[in-house]
Structure formats: structure tokens, C-alpha cells
Design a protein around this ligand. Structure first.
Ligand code: KG4
Ligand code: ZN
Length: 340
């Protein structure tokens, strides 16, 4: 594996990402180049991701983006030693495109493939930051589909501490945003509107906050946002909408921060890694940084551009798993995806 070059494809949802990483003999693999195309504009007219359109767009983008990533990395196709792809979870058709393109390329090049779990990509993405974490750490994984707290002792050594029993944190952002008429994707839009509102304007529920376990529940929040909106009447003022956005964000962030603190105390660890789309949220970062400063903990995040889906985290996870001896690249050239 030392100095092996890995080309990685991400296509689980609405971003096509391709990246090239170089394995080291030890330590963190190096990102040499990447290319990304977001389908957000295409799906915006429908208020959410349309799976069939997503698949078709991955088909259009995959090869051109691979060329772009290789050019950015300053390497050629023939230099690639293994091809990685996201196996799941995600949209079945979208996953099949990335897996199919990656496998076909690998077969044509006579190189092996590596299948990657999308969430492991997110989890390891902070290793590509200027300030990479060290094991062991607690991980808060907050994406559109998942909300988990984990104890991480090394690559592949993950222990689940708690997770959501219903909606994910990103989903809570997205659904609240939709109710407020903010469109898709809701998270960044809600966060933007929240900047103009008062986070304590409405006392929205914080389910499971005072339970001793490390589980989350966000389904009640959208109901509370809906009933609050109904009480505002037909035409709420901009200020009232901003207050509600700020209050919804505060409720989500509050629960994420308090449960993270609980997980840090339960494990006795002093490093926290936050990853997934919601790790881009400024309020979440500010509150976790403040909580950590008081207790002399370290908090690590992915670079802002690597918080949401991208190819770099997939190539990286493949490289780290291979380097750690946890997987061997395969030349079977048959592939399956795991949407769930
Ligand atoms: O990790 P990701 O790109 O895709 C999944 O694997 O799900 O995460 C997307 C999620 C969406 O729910 C999006 O609204 C949320 O991350 N998100 C944010 C922010 N940026 C993205 N939520 C809150 N604040 C943000 N700044
Ligand atoms: Zn993701």
C-alpha cells in the first residue's frame, strides 16, 4: 500500500465527487486532487432530491469529473493503483452509478476496487484538515440521514454510544426549513435566516436532553415548528420567521452539544471529532468550541468544503482502511450496493 494511488468516487445522493489520494507508509494519506459537482440547482425546482434525476446526472458527470480530479492531482489514469467507491448507504440508483463506473474503470485498467461505507468517509474526513485528530476520540456524526455518537479507537474500531431514534439532525434542519418555506437544502438556508433571529424567542422541545442515554430524537421538533407557525397566522413577519429559525437551530444545536458533553464525560476522552453535513453549522461549532475551551478538550472538524458529501473522504477512507490492513482490494469486478 505504501505510496499507492487511489481514485475514489462518491455518488450516494446529490453530489458527484471524485478524488485522488496517495497512501503513505504510515500516517494520514494525502489528498492530491479532487473534483465535485453538486446537483442542488437541478433538484431545487422539486423541493428535494429526485432519485431518478440524481442517477442520470451522476452518469453524465462521473467520467468528466474523474478526468478533472486526475488533472488536478497531476497524475494519469495509468498511475492509479486501486479504484474506490461508495457502497452505501444512499440512493440505490445513485450508488449503482458510482459503483459501476468505478468497477468498469478498474476492470479496464486491470486494477482492484475498494468499497467504502459513506459514513466512514464522513467520520474520517477531519483527517484531511490542517489540524487532524489523533485516536482515540468521541465522534459526533451529523448528516442528513444519520445522527450518531461513537467512541473511535482507531480506523475500523468504532463503538456506537448513541443515535437518533427517529429523524437525523440534518433532517430536522431540512424539515424545519421546508415549513418556513426556505426550500432545499434547508440546513444552510435555515442557519442563514437564524442569524437574524433570537434563539430564545420560542421554547422549542429538546427531546431526550435529560435522559441518561446518548440517544437523540428530533421528530417532535418539526411538529413544534409547524404548530408555532400555525399560531403566527397566514402571513408571519420576517422577524417572526427569523426568530423561529433561530429557535429551531438553537434547539437542535443545544441537544447535539449537551449529548456530546455527556459522551465525553462517559468515555473520559478529551478529543471530539464532528463530521457530516451539519458539522458545517456555525452555531454548532461555536458552542462546541466554547464547551471544549472550558474543559480543555480539543474539537476537530472537517474543512468547510469537506463537511458535505465529496469524493475526497471516500478515497481517504479507502486508503486508511487499506493502510490499516482492514481490507484488501478486490479483483472480482462484481459489485453490489447497500442503500440501507
Ligand atoms: O453529509 P451530508 O452532505 O449528506 C448526508 O450524508 O446526509 O449532509 C447533508 C445535511 C443536510 O441535511 C443539510 O441541510 C445539512 O447537512 N447541512 C447543514 C449545514 N450545511 C449542511 N445543516 C445546518 N447548518 C449548515 N450550515
Ligand atoms: Zn453524506
Amino acid at each position: 500500500t505504501a505510496s499507492a494511488l487511489i481514485l475514489g468516487f462518491e455518488s450516494s445522493c446529490d453530489e458527484t465527487g471524485v478524488a485522488v489520494v496517495r497512501c503513505g507508509s504510515a500516517g494520514v494519506p494525502r489528498l492530491l486532487g479532487q473534483a465535485l459537482h453538486s446537483q442542488i440547482q437541478m433538484h431545487q425546482a422539486y423541493g428535494g432530491v429526485v432519485p431518478e434525476l440524481a442517477s442520470r446526472d451522476h452518469v453524465r458527470r462521473a467520467i468528466p469529473l474523474a478526468r478533472e480530479a486526475l488533472r488536478a492531482a497531476g497524475v494519469g489514469l495509468k498511475d492509479v493503483d486501486a479504484v474506490a467507491y461508495t457502497q452505501g448507504p444512499g440512493l440505490a440508483g445513485a450508488l449503482l452509478v458510482g459503483a459501476g463506473v468505478a468497477t468498469a474503470l478498474a476492470a479496464a485498467l486491470d486494477r482492484p476496487t475498494l468499497a467504502v461505507h459513506h459514513l466512514e468517509g464522513h467520520l474520517l474526513s477531519p483527517f484531511l484538515s490542517a489540524d487532524p485528530p489523533q485516536f482515540p476520540f468521541v465522534a459526533l456524526l451529523v448528516s442528513g440521514g444519520h445522527t450518531q455518537l461513537m467512541r473511535v479507537d482507531g480506523v475500523g474500531a468504532y463503538e456506537m454510544l448513541g443515535e437518533t431514534i427517529d429523524d437525523a439532525a440534518g433532517e430536522a434542519f431540512d424539515k424545519s426549513a421546508k415549513l418556513l418555506g426556505l426550500g432545499y437544502p434547508g440546513g444552510p438556508a435555515l442557519a442563514r435566516l437564524a442569524e437574524e433571529g433570537r434563539p430564545d424567542a420560542y421554547g422549542l422541545p429538546r427531546p431526550l436532553l435529560h435522559q441518561p442515554n446518548l440517544d437523540f430524537s428530533f421528530a417532535g421538533l418539526k411538529t413544534a415548528v409547524m404548530t408555532t407557525l400555525q399560531k403566527m397566522g397566514a402571513d408571519p413577519s420576517d422577524a417572526a420567521r427569523a426568530d423561529l429559525a433561530a429557535s429551531a437551530q438553537a434547539a437542535i444545536v443545544d441537544v447535539l452539544v449537551q449529548k456530546s458533553i455527556k459522551a465525553m464525560k462517559a468515555t473520559g476522552l478529551n478529543r471530539l471529532v464532528v463530521a457530516g453535513g451539519v458539522s458545517a453549522n456555525r452555531m454548532l461549532r461555536a458552542q462546541l468550541d466554547a464547551a471544549a475551551a472550558r474543559r480543555q478538550w480539543r474539537v476537530h472538524y472537517p474543512e468547510l468544503a469537506l463537511c458535505t458529501d465529496n469524493g475526497a473522504m471516500i478515497a481517504l477512507a479507502a486508503a486508511m482502511r487499506w493502510q490499516a490492513g482492514l481490507v484488501q482490494p478486490s479483483r472480482a469486478y462484481s459489485f453490489e450496493v447497500r442503500p440501507r
